[in-house]
Design a protein around this ligand. Sequence first.
Ligand SMILES: CC(C)(COP(=O)(O)OP(=O)(O)OC[C@H]1O[C@@H](n2cnc3c(N)ncnc32)[C@H](O)[C@@H]1OP(=O)(O)O)[C@@H](O)C(=O)NCCC(=O)NCCS
Length: 166
Amino acid sequence: MITIRSESAGDEQAIHDVTAAAFKDHPHSDQSEPFIIERLRDQGALTLSLVAEDEGHIVGHVAFSPVTLTPPVAGWFGLGPVAVLPDRQTKGVGSRLIREGLAMLAGDGAAGCVVMGDPDYYQKFRFGHESSLVFPGCAPQYFMALAFSGAVPEGTVAYHPAFGAE
Ligand SMILES: CC(C)(COP(=O)(O)OP(=O)(O)OC[C@H]1O[C@@H](n2cnc3c(N)ncnc32)[C@H](O)[C@@H]1OP(=O)(O)O)[C@@H](O)C(=O)NCCC(=O)NCCS
């Protein structure tokens, strides 16, 4: 049975390994994803880090971190990286991680969440294209937002510096 829970001390290597395995053959990956998670954690910006565990083994992971909006709007987060072990994909694990993470963020009073990725996948979770919110450097069709309450603000989005560091 798969359980979704917050990461705890000692999960770091398994999270790295699951993320590396999931992105290994991904056409748009530079294999930086496991290191992004580590930098977010080191810099205190891993707001929410959920693992999917099956019989004591971590088979999936999702990270959420704060994003900066200009002009400033508080309470927005970015989803990702999200990863499920290749032989455990398409069985609903990724969806459970994402749904649970979004519900926890919303429950904690977050304003909304953005994501960069395949629109066919993220539309399932009510992410949509919002022309008012721009993420420079990403083709608009791959950038989506979900407001938990109120409207999607106008502005430019920047992910945490941990996403860009070498
Ligand atoms: C993306 C990922 C986390 C999804 O996890 P998952 O457990 O396989 O996903 P789920 O089982 O919850 O969802 C599967 C459904 O989404 C679809 N799906 C999975 N990945 C998809 C993708 N990249 N684009 C479109 N649809 C996708 C499946 O066809 C399936 O559809 P169905 O429910 O209609 O049958 C996982 O495939 C993964 O780790 N991929 C490699 C890393 C990656 O691409 N991360 C996201 C980068 S933005």
